[in-house]
Design a protein around this ligand. Structure first.
Ligand code: SF4
Length: 614
């Protein structure tokens, strides 16, 4: 069990205790972590947090990096890439050159480059829109905060307007480059022409508010101090508290090259790289993902980093980075197979993702599915058996993975269970709301009876909650409305939207403008049927060996018993990312019943009869 880390450095023990209590680490804690020689204990602590957040999943994406030009008006000291116009080696790619680099299998196109003085705004827009139109399955992640600020000044448009036009052209997310290290001292010495932390953070926070998620980076291993690294992390953490718009953090090891800042061969050490990954995971408690960027770290260090807090390996990056002889395999395929092997060898589950970290393909089997919402934390928090792997996945997707046999146990949405019950065996746990749930909510512009004939937006994450909504509309209120699958954050086009899980909790705190009414569907059900509502049940595949079933049964029982006794502690970190205090999180979790008792079974049958599933 995790609590059995054998610390060689006893200075780490109070930090470990803080982590187990879900408390946030301070700058002083970070300094102790950097100072320690007890690398294995540091890695285990980071892995503990990594597993709480992402189970055993390690993400990668089939991506193509495009550096559209190396011509740049700036001359940052550490930059070995930029050239002046006309200088030997300077290049500028046309839109056709860029499109010719992309193949249909690519899911993310990552665009950054120099900043030439003579490109027109339309050229940048055209790059994004052409990719978006020609390769609709490839999400465009483009232009760092430095470039966005350059466009804002050069083309005399506000940051919002620059981002609005890019978003309209097809921009989905922004990369995290250009942050370097948030230190005025370092900025003056190394990149005094570049914008500092304020502008970088303002651009990212603006993007987040406009529904454009972004990444964040830190360039380390040059002249910065350890304290400056930690301050950088804390400032990112504070920004994330405000907007929740960062997807992943990428520590970038400085490459000395010909910059003259450090001798050519003085790379960061593997120990420093691993420490920085692990400490990033521990300090950035509100960042969903930490990336081990294998191109810079080397494959070997990145592989170890997957057990030091990193859950993302970036991607295939594009053929120009593939150093191997491709043989019969295409470079892309080779890179993909290689990443899958590295991730599997690290004991993790390779998950091909899109730019938003939605899983597209899972390369694993016999997995335990974990619904990644706050409400399932009591079941999974202390589940740490080394005998199975845990995959975080939305309820709807979990149903599909159960059907495919990729997932063999987990909390399955009730409607999906009805469909597959011949092949499943129920265990005695569930997620049931007593009389209110708070995280399955209809946000509406109208009262129930006035929703007749209106269109309600439903997200793709859930089948049970959508069915419950249909039943309440039709059978409780006698209202007919159309339900339509919507994209996240596209609420204003609808008369009402149903949100579940963390998304519902977040919006309960922030409220959605114009949606005056909020209906808790568990409360609606309870007032109507005087029964709890069961959203999901814990099931295992019937074909699973009895030994594994027993192990899962025993592990969940232990985890839940411990979890229920520590509600305030286990959900506090997760709750904080949604704007909830530890007390509010505890109260929220107390509203659930996790044991499938008589009343829950009765509620399941009543619901089954109403929806007519059998
Ligand atoms: S802005 Fe970017 S491309 Fe231009 S010199 Fe600086 S680091 Fe190099």
């Amino acid at each position: 069990m995790w609590s059995k880390i054998n610390f060689n450095d006893i200075a780490l023990i109070p930090i470990w205790q803080k982590l187990q209590r879900g408390e946030r680490l301070s700058l002083e804690d970070g300094l102790i972590l950097y100072k320690t020689n007890d690398l294995i204990s540091l890695g285990k602590m980071a892995q503990y947090v990594q597993r709480q957040k992402n189970g055993d999943a390690v993400y990668f994406v089939l991506n193509q990096k495009i550096e559209h030009t190396n011509v740049c008006v700036l001359s940052c000291k550490f930059c070995d890439f930029a050239k002046k116009k006309g200088e030997a080696g300077a290049y500028e790619m046309s839109t056709n050159d860029i499109l010719s680099k992309i193949t249909p299998e690519i899911k993310e196109v990552h665009i950054t480059g120099g900043m030439p003085h003579d490109w027109q705004w339309e050229r940048y827009l055209e790059i994004v829109s052409s990719i978006h139109q020609k390769f609709p399955d490839a999400d465009v992640k483009a232009y760092t905060a430095i470039e966005i600020d350059f466009f804002h000044k050069k083309f005399k448009m506000s940051i919002e307007e620059v981002l609005r036009q890019l978003k309209e052209a097809g921009l989905k997310t922004m990369p995290g480059g250009g942050a370097e290290v948030f230190s005025e001292r370092v900025r003056r010495l190394l990149f005094n022409q570049k914008v500092g932390e304020k502008v970088w953070l303002d651009v990212h926070k603006t993007a987040h508010r406009m529904g454009i998620p972004t990444n964040a980076t830190m360039l380390y291993g040059h002249i910065e101090t350890i304290e400056e690294r930690l301050i950088h992390l804390i400032k990112l953490r504070e920004a994330q508290d405000e907007t929740s718009g960062f997807l992943t953090f990428i520590p970038l090891a400085f490459q000395p090259g010909e910059t003259g800042i450090k001798p050519r061969n003085e790379y960061t050490s593997a120990i420093d790289d691993l420490k920085t990954i692990a400490i990033s995971r521990l300090m950035l408690d509100n960042f969903p993902h930490i990336k081990a960027y294998w191109v810079m770290l080397t494959e070997e260090v990145a592989a170890v980093a997957l057990n030091f807090g990193a859950d993302d390996m970036d991607g295939t990056v594009g053929e120009e980075h593939i150093a191997h002889d491709a043989g019969a395999l295409s470079p892309m395929k080779l890179a993909k197979e290689n990443l899958i092997k590295i991730i599997k060898d690290a004991g993790k589950i390779p998950v091909e993702r899109d730019v938003f970290y939605n899983p597209l393909k899972i390369h694993g089997e016999n997995l335990i599915g974990k619904i990644p919402y706050l409400n399932s934390v009591p079941i999974y928090h202390y589940l740490n058996s080394e005998d199975f792997k845990i995959l975080p996945v939305t309820p709807r997707r979990l149903g599909v993975l159960f059907k495919q046999g990729t997932v063999v146990a987990g909390l399955i949405s009730l409607i999906d269970y009805f469909e597959q019950e011949e092949n499943l065996e129920l265990m005695k746990w569930c997620i049931a709301a007593r009389d209110q749930v708070q995280s399955v909510v209809l946000f509406s512009k109208y009262e129930w009876k006035n929703l007749a004939g209106k269109t309600i937006g439903v997200i793709d994450d859930t089948s049970t909650s959508v069915k419950l909504l249909e039943v309440i509309l039709k059978k409780k209120y006698g209202v007919t409305a159309s339900l339509e699958r919507m994209k996240p954050n596209n609420y204003q086009n609808y008369s009402a939207v149903i949100l579940i899980g963390d998304e519902a909790l977040k919006n309960l705190k922030q409220s959605i403008s114009g949606f005056e009414f909020r209906y808790d569907l568990a409360t609606e059900w309870f007032d109507w049927q005087k029964l709890p509502f069961v959203f999901a049940v814990f099931a295992v595949s019937k074909g699973l060996s009895q030994d594994l079933k027993n192990l899962i049964q025993h592990s969940i029982k232990e985890s839940l018993t411990k979890g229920k006794n520590n509600l305030e502690v286990i959900g506090s970190n997760h709750g904080r990312t949604l704007g909830y205090t530890s007390k509010e999180t505890k109260e929220y979790l107390e509203g659930f019943n996790y044991v499938l008792g008589e009343r829950e079974r009765e509620a399941i049958e009543v619901f089954r009869n109403i929806v007519g599933s059998k």
